[in-house]
Design a protein around this ligand. Sequence first.
Ligand SMILES: Cc1cc2nc3c(=O)[nH]c(=O)nc-3n(C[C@H](O)[C@H](O)[C@H](O)COP(=O)(O)O)c2cc1C
Length: 204
Amino acid sequence: MKPLVYLAHPRLDRSEISGPLFEAARQTEGITCVDLYATYPTFEIDVAREQRRLVDHDAIVFLHPIYWYSAPSIVREWQDLVLEYGFAYGKHGHALDGKVTFNAVSCGALETSYRPGGGNGAHLRDLLMPFEKTADLCRMRYLAPFAIYGAGRAVEEDRRKGHLAAWQGLLTALRDERLDLRAAHAALTLNDIAASHAAKPETA
Ligand SMILES: Cc1cc2nc3c(=O)[nH]c(=O)nc-3n(C[C@H](O)[C@H](O)[C@H](O)COP(=O)(O)O)c2cc1C
């Protein structure tokens, strides 16, 4: 499978999570990586080029921080322009049929906040419902989000290395078609599945 990772982070210079995850994806063989803000700093998205990229790949991953319960604005711009009627959906819009898609996100809030009764009142997957419904309309295979919670404390709590190993394990499993797509669709997050594919630390 050919995965395409779109990074959307408007302040990459300040990023402690999305930036390193993008770098890890870039260093993984067989993964195409596109930095949306760097490619389109004035939001002039080249629709034909992005549609060609979609056709050329089997899995589309949006890597971004959670901003205001969603993605940074360039992702919405990309959706509005690239997912055209007759290309992505509609009677004659079948270009994305069967392609896999999911969000890989970092969240400021803790996991305990992302549940009914928690501070955010809902699971992350439920808050990302517009992405799932968009994927459904485009006849894509939506997977649960890969999520790094409490992102602001990941470095000081020494969690980043583990997150990176899980992320790389997830990408290589996707690429090599070792990912159980049914389980990945059914889960609330991809975190446990990703962790099960993480490279094991070498033992002495
Ligand atoms: C404009 C803005 C909006 C944010 N909204 C949310 C939010 O709705 N939920 C949340 O958990 N964190 C939110 N955060 C925190 C970011 O998700 C967090 O800083 C980011 O995931 C850290 O990843 P990075 O180091 O790659 O930037 C927000 C941050 C900013 C700057």
